[in-house]
Design a protein around this ligand. Structure first.
Ligand SMILES: Cc1cc2nc3c(=O)[nH]c(=O)nc-3n(C[C@H](O)[C@H](O)[C@H](O)COP(=O)(O)O)c2cc1C
Length: 381
């Protein structure tokens, strides 16, 4: 271990946020899904689903349960054991994460000349409080010569949520246009900051405060800790959650300097460093993206997820990275201030409007993909 790193650890400072950037290679079995479908895959549904499971999902929970037992049909359910009741009390982000899956499914179906007929909530829509056992979607695939391929398909294997520090240079206007055009015609208002200093300062301040609140609210911090996977053994065993694999964090975990079972004190050095680290990343972030819906029903949430992943794929094609900033959009009481402020900043007064996605966007160093459980783990018996 580098001496300075060692001193930081032994001095009590375990850096979590920073480690997202310096993790060593993840175990191969956790990344196998990023090879795409196996060359000999005969079942078109499995071929398509091998791409859908690469969708972004809040906390990488991959709450997709797939029923293939009826020939010619795919039923998508939400895994009710993979929710985030503290940070996402009404499962808005979980529903968005069903949408990201459906969009990649649709792109992959087009690639195979199939029209994916997607019926949302075929047994009725979830209530506003929580998802239930009813399916999120029924998908029927129909071969259709008229179906058009979408160039965004080519970005599925390249897309990453990038938590690194972004370069200060502004994204090129043409690149931003491509990101916004990816959701043309959809019932959302989308936009990106264009470098106005006061506007950027307002975005950064709200995101920093929301992040601080999340890390200093014990139950929301502990929910995130629950989904941390530290070191190759945990990462390979779970293949979900947020992976931390830097030597420093693994060491701290191994010697008990980082205890995930205890709520840290509000002035805890590790928490403080995470807050500062993220402030630094926000300060360097050159631009912010947002997606606003009118209304906040379950269908709007799913469609917002579909739209967001299209924007992220388009950004990928333009050489841009994105990272959602969900904290201020979360509906738990401690976030009421940042929630109101971000809705005011984006001229989306609640409850009529909902900021479904807010993300930083810019040029960033290349990173490895995040783990996936793999299709067999998501299929219902
Ligand atoms: C609705 C939604 C909300 C998300 N919120 C955050 C967030 O607040 N911070 C973050 O770093 N990533 C966020 N993500 C990204 C996920 O953590 C990421 O998709 C997951 O870890 C898998 O990584 P990948 O996107 O690189 O495949 C969000 C993703 C979705 C779909």
């Amino acid at each position: 271990m580098h001496r300075r790193q060692f001193l930081r650890v032994t001095g009590g400072g375990v850096v979590l946020a920073a480690t997202a950037g310096c993790s060593t290679a993840l175990p191969a079995e956790a990344l196998a899904a990023w090879q795409g479908p196996s060359a000999g895959e005969q079942d078109v549904r499995r071929w398509i689903l091998s791409y859908a499971i690469l969708a972004p999902h809040s906390h990488n929970l991959q709450s997709w349960r797939v029923d293939l037992r009826t020939p010619g049909e795919i039923l998508l359910y939400c895994d009710l054991t993979r929710l985030l009741p503290q940070t996402d009390p009404f499962s808005r982000q979980i529903l968005m994460s069903q949408g990201t899956f459906l969009e990649l499914l649709d792109l992959a179906a087009r690639e195979r000349g199939q029209r994916a007929e997607i019926t949302l909530f075929p047994a009725g829509e979830f209530g506003p409080e929580r998802p239930d056992e009813r399916p999120v979607a029924r998908i029927v695939l129909r071969p259709d010569a008229a179906v058009t391929r979408d160039p965004l398909f080519a970005q599925i294997l390249r897309r990453r949520t990038n938590r690194e520090a972004y370069e200060a240079r502004l994204p090129e206007p043409a690149a931003i246009r491509a990101v916004l055009q990816a959701t043309d015609g959809q019932p959302f208002r989308v936009d990106v900051t264009r470098g106005d200093a006061a506007e950027l300062a307002a975005h950064r301040a709200i995101a920093a405060e929301a992040w601080r609140l999340e890390l200093t609210t014990p139950r929301t911090l502990m929910e995130s800790y629950h989904y941390l996977r530290i070191g190759p053994r945990e990462i390979a065993a779970h293949r979900d959650g947020i992976s931390l694999n830097s030597p420093m964090v693994r060491f701290a975990d191994a010697v008990g300097l980082f205890d995930r079972t205890q709520t840290p004190a509000p002035d805890d050095a590790n928490v403080r460093r995470q807050i500062e680290d993220f402030q630094g990343k926000l300060a360097a972030t050159p631009a912010f993206y947002w997606l606003v819906s009118e209304g906040n029903g379950r269908v709007a949430q799913v469609q917002a997820g579909r739209a967001y992943v299209r924007a992220q794929l388009a950004a990928t094609a333009q050489g841009l990275s994105m990272q959602p900033l969900s904290q201020a959009l979360q509906e738990y009481p401690e976030q009421a201030g940042p929630y109101a402020r971000v809705h005011a900043l984006l001229q989306a007064p609640a409850p009529r409007f909902t900021v479904q996605m807010w993300a930083r966007i810019g040029h960033a160093p290349a990173i490895a993909p995040s783990p996936r459980r793999g299709l067999p783990a998501q299929l219902m018996a």
